[in-house]
Design a protein around this ligand. Structure first.
Ligand code: UD1
Length: 320
């Protein structure tokens, strides 16, 4: 039997999606990951139900046979981070644009059922109004944003030219357990959590009044699953926001975390980050209407769960 495939399935979001697919009844899931940022340990609890292929999506000859006949390909493999793409644009261009092209080409040649693509809210750039709706003209501000947007365009063109079913989901600042805090390019909440547990101030870039629609990873995983099942006539070739619909500034978020932990730590401030979007908030109406999106986790609940996970990892590392 052909299995659903998750590219980037050993990553923080990909591994959550693998767990969701198994919970929803998939007997097994195939994971393609080059382990550049993915980790075997992210799949530890479900390892016996997962076929792992350590393959790079830039390597078409090795990639193509793995996608043949797949009912659904969830394409999450990417090199993320706005600042990393500004610092070093070549690798992210090759993975995020060329790699995505390879996945789509292999999906067509191998007669795969559908591609669900992890697009990014960064494609919007700075819009004049909030929340951001899919009908707004994209204004990417960084190579990363432009690369993710190019992937979306490729998805819709493959849908119209080759009849491949595709759905692009613009992820809005996903957070949750297993997000790696160890790089300067890590997602801000993974860095905030670690600093909080260490009782050290975070460094906020700019005035901290920029805002994000932080979205809990399990809600995003569930939406990917729903996107694979929505009727093709309604959704194929289209782009949907995958957000929670809320918006919190970094200053508010740090204060909220401090309150949860019962501490008061003043953040430090550094220069604003090039390519940074000022405000981000999803209009979820289209995803609710066409995909049945129903986020289950409020921001606070997501933060509590995430903090509990970081605490358990932190305590285990101190005990060893
Ligand atoms: C962007 C995209 C997001 C995508 C992600 C992939 C937007 C609105 N969002 O996230 O959809 O998934 O890229 O990498 O474009 N910050 C600090 N201190 C830190 C780290 C970050 O203040 O130590 C700030 C950043 O300057 C930024 C905010 O926190 O204003 C969020 O940063 P980050 O978590 O890196 O994500 P985005 O760049 O917003």
């Amino acid at each position: 039997m052909k299995l659903p495939v998750v590219t980037g399935g050993a990553g923080f979001i990909g591994s959550a999606l693998v767990r969701t697919l198994l919970e929803k009844g998939a007997p097994r899931v195939a994971v393609i990951d080059n382990f550049s940022s993915g980790k075997e340990e992210n799949l530890a609890e479900v390892r016996e139900n997962v076929d792992v292929y350590p393959v790079d999506i830039r390597d078409y000859p090795r990639l193509a046979p793995l996608l043949e006949g797949a009912p659904v390909i969830y394409h999450l493999a990417a090199i993320p981070s706005v600042p990393r793409s500004i610092q070093d644009p070549v690798p992210s261009h090759e993975v995020n644009i060329n790699g995505t092209f390879h996945v789509l080409r292999a999906a067509v040649e191998g007669r795969a059922g559908r591609v669900v693509y992890a697009a990014s809210s960064s494609a919007y750039g700075d819009t004049e109004t909030l929340p951001k709706t899919e009908s707004m003209a994209p204004r990417p501000k960084s190579p990363y944003a432009m690369q993710k947007l190019a992937g979306e365009y490729y998805c819709s063109v493959f849908s119209s030219c080759y009849g491949l079913e595709t759905v692009s989901l613009r992820f809005f600042n996903v957070f949750g357990p297993r997000q790696d805090p160890s790089s300067p390019y890590s997602g801000v909440l993974s860095i905030f959590m670690t600093r909080l547990l260490e009782r050290r101030p975070p460094v906020i870039f700019g005035d901290g009044e920029q805002s994000r629609d932080f979205t809990y990873v399990e809600d995003v995983a569930e939406l990917c699953w729903k996107a694979a099942r929505a009727p093709a006539e309604a959704v194929s070739g289209r782009v949907y926001n995958a957000g929670n619909g809320g918006r919190y500034t970094l200053n508010e978020t740090w204060r909220l975390l401090c309150r949860m932990e019962g501490v008061e730590i003043e953040p430090e401030y550094g220069p604003p980050r090039p390519g940074d979007v000022r405000h981000s908030q999803a209009d979820t109406a289209a995803a609710v209407r066409d995909l049945g999106h129903a986020p289950r986790f409020t921001f606070e609940e997501g933060l509590r769960r995430t903090l509990a996970w970081y605490r358990s990892v932190w305590q285990a590392s101190r005990a060893s």
